[in-house]
Design a binder for this molecule. Structure first.
Ligand code: SF4
Length: 417
């Protein structure tokens, strides 16, 4: 685990978990704990790592600063079945992370010696130990959360062609290293099909798959190559299903209406995501300069509204990397101002049938924003409550990105309560 500029006094400067739990009695304490664990990250004690069984659990291996390798659980499931999506490898926090420890024989989430919740490690799917007929390990073709799978058809993003164009919270290319691969360097479709065939054999596990990746701007018109990649991969995956449509989601650069219609008509795709990332237009230009040049925010929003026409209300969502709207030096100066703008844009989007979600900002060591401080727990709780209430007001179910499928969106996770 890496620490940013650590402020040992941080607990004195913001309200504690207990204070926030008392302040928002309408929210279950476990939901607030989940938000805080996403915000602060986790670290595993030696006793907790003794409970990691590689024959059962999904493991993440990463390199420490002294170049030694460390194996940790991929992530955690809470007692109520919701998932934390917090890898120790991407816990780069300026606050103390929660400690995963073993107390009275149970694996638990703790802070300053206090036990908060029992947790379990994500189990790996059966296909993870298999290889395709081409010899590719299937776990390299499709990644897994407990119930939803994910696939990255291409390992490329055009915004890192010019180092200043990449999104400032993105960890992939800010140090001048291009996001790996080439625009035409695609996942092998035979590997995809064979892995999908194995994946769906495991009873009771599959609830959906998401396809995502960086932005590919090339083609006869903007993003045409990116669209074609998603169509081909979805068609390969679709050979496994008897129905035309099957539970699936694409998270892509914002496609235009004609492209969205082709994506819907030519594949089994059932839901669509394209993230605004930052809800204020001026900050969007600062935080995501490449995206803003290619597709200004007003056009991005229009494409989301068009997507609702194609996929239907509640089958399209958009998200923000919550917290970057307060990044220094150009972000909002107060949490109050940031929330005001976030809710204003949220209302606009939801009134057009676009479901809202947020992902808590993890400050990546390799991102342009490295070293920044994320907002308070109070901010994240207010944002979570506000987005949840706006989704409710406009009758938007979070099913396409529910806590069983994703787990990274605290406001959608409230749907389970
Ligand atoms: S679109 Fe932005 S966040 Fe995504 S890979 Fe490219 S630079 Fe990173």
């Amino acid at each position: 685990m890496a620490q940013l500029e650590f402020d040992s006094e941080w607990r004195k400067k913001e309200e504690s978990l207990e204070e926030i739990i008392k302040k928002y009695p309408e929210l279950p304490p476990i939901a607030i704990l989940e938000i805080d664990a996403h915000r602060r990250g986790v670290f595993y004690t030696d006793k907790a790592l003794e409970r990691l069984d590689e024959s059962v659990h999904q493991v993440t291996e990463y390199t420490l600063r002294d170049k030694t390798q460390r194996k940790v659980p991929a992530s955690l499931t809470l007692r109520d079945g919701s998932h934390l999506v917090v890898g120790e490898d991407f816990t780069k926090t300026s606050r103390d992370p929660y400690l995963v420890d073993v107390v009275d024989g149970k694996i638990v989430l703790t802070d300053q010696g206090k036990v908060y919740e029992e947790v379990s490690y994500w189990e790996k799917p059966a296909f993870f130990d298999k290889v395709t007929s081409r010899g590719t390990p299937m776990k390299k073709v499709i990644a897994a959360r407990p119930q939803r799978y994910s696939i990255q058809p291409s390992m490329f993003c055009h915004f890192w062609e010019c180092a200043k164009d990449g999104c400032k919270y993105c960890s992939y290319g800010s140090k001048g290293v291009k996001y790996h691969g080439r625009p035409d360097d695609l996942i092998n479709l035979q590997d995809v099909e064979e892995t999908m065939r194995e994946l769906v054999k495991e009873p009771g596990r599959f609830v959906g798959v998401i396809l995502t990746g960086g932005s590919i701007l090339t083609g006869p018109k903007l993003c045409e190559d990116e669209l074609q990649i998603y169509i081909e991969v979805l068609q390969a995956m679709g050979t496994v299903f008897k129905t035309k449509k099957w539970p699936s989601q694409v998270n892509s650069t914002a496609l235009d209406k004609e492209q969205l219609q082709r994506l819907y008509d030519q594949t089994g795709l059932t839901s669509y995501t394209t993230d605004l990332e930052v809800f204020d237009d001026e900050l969007y230009k600062w935080v995501c300069p490449g995206k803003a040049k290619a597709i200004p925010q007003a056009e991005w929003k229009k494409r989301l509204f068009d997507a609702v026409d194609v996929f239907g209300k509640g089958r399209v969502d958009t998200g923000l990397v919550s917290g970057v709207e307060l990044a220094k030096p150009n972000g909002f100066k107060s949490e109050e101002e940031a929330l005001k703008k976030d809710f204003e844009t949220a209302e606009e989007m939801a009134s057009h049938g676009v479901l809202l979600k947020h992902d808590i900002w993890h400050v990546g060591d390799n991102s342009i924003f490295r070293g920044q401080l994320t907002p308070s727990l109070d901010y994240y709780v207010r944002l979570t409550k506000g987005l949840y209430e706006i989704n409710q007001k406009y009758g938007l179910s979070g099913d396409m990105d529910s806590y069983r499928k994703c787990g990274m969106h605290p406001n959608i996770n409230l749907d389970r309560i």
